[in-house]
Every structure is written in structure tokens, then in C-alpha cells.
Write a protein that binds this ligand. Structure first.
Ligand code: NDP
Ligand code: BG6
Length: 513
């Protein structure tokens, strides 16, 4: 392949600081790392990628010799890029000690090259600039495609022909969306594989980089109390919930061709589901984990139209404030049927999860912002306290909540005796609130994922067969909704979403947590 990758699939890579063996070995000292942010003038680059790179630099996680190159069509000088980056430094580091000094040092490593995404000539110019900065024997290159998906392939083609590393590895981080359905996703994979091998492609799902998602396996596989309960025998249902308290503002154009099912459910929520439900992997190696995730996805029942509810937010006024409807966005057609909310019931037809509903809910412009996993357990058979407290007790079953964001926490709802001479019960939480327990701030998901890509760790990136299996579950329903022009149920901006979601849950005897 054109990228001449010399890397092999590596085992689990521990993250060492620059002062540690990995980056300070004699070999690493002779290696330059170039990180090329393609689409550097865009929203994601400003909001997430540059701040994450700076945070890694600040924390000494980048190798000694590295440079960051912005690439986009906009005309900018190195100075203007640096100015742009410094203004959008909204990451967790900006209140730290010596931030300004470190920032200045980081900016001195940032450069810019203006070019067209499909131009081999412009990528050749980039290659020349990269070579000027590449000292030492080995030169590794990490491209981050932070551009609209319709130009992924053109950029990879030009970059692979003219800007691949000749003396080191070349890796490419690809942002979602990876297609719109099974067919387009397969086409994208096939096109990328004309220029790259699978090991060079790092398909990012930033939810996999979130601290509590990363912790899921630790919680399950290193605590005896959870794993034995992790099945249909004890778990009544599992809920995966994503909500945002703002609309599609600023991204309406992109969103209208994708909708919430493709934007959140098919990737972020489904990935969490796969990690949650997988069998114990053979090891922590990327391939072992991804093998188990694929098995879950392939054991799942294709989503049926009767098992999904879709909604779209509408404008309204409250307390003197006016909230826009989705279709008020100038980039969205007035008659758009694109869902901004969806709730779905999904099933894994294997022996561990047979008949356990996995309820997924994702919505924009809802009453709150958050992401969580709620695990509702079955009732205690023959509960001794039922005699005194009635069958209501059966409704108060244990519930484990993994709050991915905000206010990261893991808590378990239990029935507890209210202290005192009488016998009264209430529901209490065994609570692990991260902000109380841990003083260290939680890194942004993009920091972890960038570091993994640099280290060649693929565990948190999506393999092509995973992607295929994920699309297979949603493609038929997406097609049906679109072909039949199914109208989404309207819900007011800032509300709890369409009532249809409650009927869907009730169909499976579930109440949303
Ligand atoms: P932008 O729309 O901001 O595009 C990034 C850059 O690409 C722009 O600055 C522009 O640079 C160039 N560009 C935009 N449209 C075109 C076009 N039609 N043809 C050629 N070049 C174009 O995207 P984002 O930064 O928001 O997102 C980048 C990628 O990340 C996308 O794939 C997106 O789906 C994904 N993503 C984004 C998230 C976000 O929060 N923004 C979240 C998750 C994923 P120039 O004109 O200078 O060349
Ligand atoms: C992105 C979606 O993948 O995730 C956006 O495209 C969404 O629509 C975002 O807003 C949410 O990410 P986070 O990390 O802010 O919860």
C-alpha cells in the first residue's frame, strides 16, 4: 500500500510519559512525530483536537520531537493558526500553572499549510514542509481527518500518494460519520482500503474515550460482585441514555442528512452497549476486545420499526424566552422529517441476554444534558420485607447507574433501613462520585484517543467488521422510516421528549430511570 506502514498490530500499549521508557528510549529520541490536522480551520479541530494535543503536551505525553501541522483550504499563516489555537484553548489545562509558558512552547511546534483536499500537488508541498522538520532516522505521521465525510477519500488518496511517511508509520484517524447505511459505509471502507491497510485506519468514536466508558470493563471484570449478576438472570433491563439541552445550532446542515439515529445511536450508544454486554475477552488486546464486541453486535436482533419512536423538537416560548424549532435552522428544510430524538428497544439473542430489553434513548433540545447507563435489576424473589411493606417493594429494585457525564459517578440504588427504633425502609445510594473521590481532573476523550493512536493502541477504535455489524442493525429501519416518510412526534424544546418513548418502554414493562 502507498502508506508504507511498517507497524504491526501491537499489544496493549501502556501510556508512558515522555520521560518514561517509551518515548525516551534511544530509538524514540531519533523519531519525529508529525500530527497533521486535516480540516484545521474547522469546528472540531478548534474545539477538541488542538486543545487535546496541547493537554497531552502539557502533561508530557507527547514525544520529544513532535510537530503539529494544520492543513485546510483557508489561507492562514503559521502565526494566524497559532493565534486561532490560542484563542480556542478551552480545555481543562487553561487554568493550570505555567499554562501560558507551556502554551507558547506548544504553539512554536504548530505550523500551517493551505491546500485543497484532493490536490496531490498541495500534499506534496506539505510533505516537503514535514520533511524539513523531521529530524532523526524515523519519521512517523498521524493524519487526523477532521473534514466533512464526502472528502475523506479524496484527502486520503492525495495524502497517501504524496505525504505518507517513508521512514516510519503513517496512521489516519477518521472521524464519524462512517457512511449513512450499510452500503455507503462499506463503500467508504473499500475506498479507504485502496490506500490504507486496516491497521492504519483509526475510526474514532469519542464516547469510547470517555473515562466511565473506559471504566466499564474494569468495573465488571475486576469486581467479583458485578460479573455474576451481569445476565438475564438478575438484570431486568438496561438503559443507555444520551440527552443534550441544546439543539443542532450551527450543525443543522450536517445533522439534517444524518439525524439522531446515525449521529448518536448507531455509534456512541451501540458501542457502549457492546462493551457492556460482551463476554470476557481473552485479554485486553485490541483484537480480543473487538472480537467480543463484534460477537455482541452480530447476536443482536435487527431493529424493527415497531421498536423505535422518533421525535423532532419544536419551538415554544417560556418565561419570556423563545426556543427555536429544529426547522427554524436556516440550513434545515422547513418540511424536514429528520429525527432529533429517538428511543429504541433492542435485544441480544444470546444465552446471557435473551429477552432482556436494552433501551436506547438519544435526543437533542431536551430538558437536561447527560449520558448514562442504567441497569435495573430484578426484584428479590420471596422478599422477606414484602409482608410489612407490600408489593411496592418489588418496584424498588436495585439499580446501578453509571453516569458517563456530567458529574461522573457510579451509584447503586439499594433498599435501606431508615435509622431509628422503628422499621422503615427507604431507597439510598451507594455512591462513588468522582469529583469527591478523585482530585485529578478527568481528561477529555480526545486526549485519550489521540494518545492511543500515537501509541498504536487500537482498542478504542472501531474495526471495519464492527462497523458493518453496527450498520446492519439500523439500516433496514432507517430505510423504512425514510421510504415511508414517517413523521417524527413533535416535542417542545427543553422538554423530556415525546411521550411515545414511555409507551415503548411500557411495552417491555420498563420505566425510564
Ligand atoms: P466543519 O464543517 O467545520 O469542516 C472542517 C473544515 O473542512 C472546514 O473548516 C473547512 O475548511 C473544510 N470544509 C468544510 N466544508 C467543506 C466542503 N464542502 N468541501 C471541502 N472542505 C470543506 O466540520 P467539523 O470541524 O465540525 O467536523 C469535522 C469532522 O468531524 C466531520 O466529519 C464531522 O462529522 C466530525 N465530527 C464533528 C463534531 C463536532 O462537534 N464538530 C463531533 C463529532 C464528529 P477549509 O474551508 O479551510 O478547507
Ligand atoms: C457527536 C455528535 O458525535 O457527539 C454531536 O455528532 C454531539 O451531535 C456530540 O453533540 C456529543 O458529544 P459530547 O462528548 O459533548 O457528549
Amino acid at each position: 500500500n502507498d502508506f508504507g506502514d511498517t507497524s504491526t498490530v501491537e499489544g496493549p500499549v501502556k501510556h508512558f510519559k515522555a520521560t518514561h521508557d517509551h518515548f525516551s528510549s534511544p530509538e524514540q529520541n531519533k523519531t519525529t512525530l508529525s500530527i497533521i490536522v486535516v480540516g484545521a480551520s474547522g469546528d472540531l479541530a478548534k474545539k477538541k483536537i488542538f486543545p487535546a494535543l496541547f493537554a497531552l503536551y502539557y502533561e508530557d505525553f507527547l514525544p520529544e520531537h513532535f510537530t503539529v501541522f494544520g492543513y485546510a483550504r483557508s489561507k492562514m499563516t503559521d502565526g494566524e493558526l497559532r493565534n486561532m489555537i490560542s484563542q480556542t484553548l478551552t480545555c481543562r489545562i487553561d487554568k493550570r500553572e505555567n499554562c501560558n509558558d507551556k502554551m507558547e512552547q506548544f504553539l512554536q511546534r504548530c505550523f500551517y499549510h493551505s491546500g485543497q483536499y484532493g490536490s496531490e500537488e498541495n500534499f506534496k508541498e506539505l510533505d516537503d514542509k514535514l520533511k524539513e522538520k523531521e529530524t532523526g532516522k524515523l519519521a512517523n505521521r498521524l493524519f487526523y481527518l477532521s473534514i466533512p465525510p464526502d472528502i475523506f477519500v479524496a484527502a486520503v488518496k492525495s495524502a497517501s500518494c504524496l505525504a505518507a511517511s517513508q521512514f516510519g508509520w503513517t496512521r489516519v484517524i477518521v472521524e464519524k460519520p462512517f457512511g449513512r447505511d450499510s452500503e455507503s459505509s462499506r463503500e467508504l471502507t473499500a475506498s479507504l482500503k485502496k490506500y490504507l491497510i486496516e491497521e492504519q485506519i483509526f475510526r474514532i468514536d469519542h464516547y469510547l474515550g470517555k473515562e466511565l466508558v473506559e471504566n466499564l470493563s474494569v468495573l465488571r471484570f475486576s469486581n467479583l460482585v458485578f460479573e455474576p449478576l451481569w445476565s438475564r438472570q438478575y438484570i431486568r433491563n438496561v438503559q443507555l441514555i444520551f440527552s443534550e439541552d441544546f439543539g443542532t445550532e450551527g450543525r443543522g446542515g450536517y445533522f439534517d442528512s444524518y439525524g439522531i439515529i446515525r449521529d448518536i445511536m448507531q455509534n456512541h450508544l451501540l458501542q457502549i452497549l457492546a462493551l457492556f454486554a460482551m463476554e470476557t475477552p481473552v485479554s485486553l488486546d485490541a483484537e480480543d476486545i473487538r472480537n467480543e464486541k463484534v460477537k455482541v453486535l452480530r447476536s443482536m436482533r435487527t431493529l424493527q420499526v415497531d421498536d423505535i419512536v422518533i421525535g423532532q423538537y419544536k419551538g415554544h416560548s417560556k418565561g419570556g424566552k423563545t426556543y427555536p424549532s429544529y426547522t427554524d435552522d436556516p440550513q434545515v428544510p422547513n418540511n424536514s422529517l429528520t429525527p432529533t430524538f429517538a428511543a429504541a428497544a433492542m435485544f441480544i439473542d444470546n444465552s446471557r441476554w435473551d429477552s432482556v430489553p436494552f433501551l436506547l434513548k438519544a435526543g437533542k433540545a431536551l430538558h437536561s444534558k447527560g449520558a448514562e447507563i442504567r441497569v435495573q435489576f430484578r426484584h428479590v424473589p420471596g422478599n422477606l420485607y414484602r409482608r410489612n411493606f407490600g408489593t411496592d417493594l418489588d418496584k424498588n429494585t436495585n439499580e446501578l447507574v453509571i453516569r458517563v457525564q456530567p458529574n461522573e459517578a457510579i451509584y447503586l440504588k439499594i433498599n435501606n433501613k431508615i435509622p431509628g427504633l422503628g422499621m422503615r425502609l427507604d431507597r439510598s445510594n451507594l455512591n462513588l462520585l468522582y469529583s469527591t473521590k478523585y482530585t485529578k481532573e478527568i481528561p477529555d476523550a480526545y486526549e485519550r484517543l489521540l494518545l492511543d493512536a500515537i501509541s498504536g493502541e487500537r482498542r478504542l477504535f472501531i474495526r471495519s467488521d464492527e462497523l458493518d455489524a453496527a450498520w446492519a442493525l439500523f439500516t433496514p429501519v432507517l430505510k423504512e422510516l425514510e421510504e415511508k416518510h414517517v413523521a417524527p412526534e413533535l416535542y417542545p424544546y427543553g422538554s423530556r421528549g415525546p411521550v411515545g418513548a414511555h409507551y415503548l418502554a411500557a411495552k417491555y414493562n420498563v420505566r425510564w430511570g
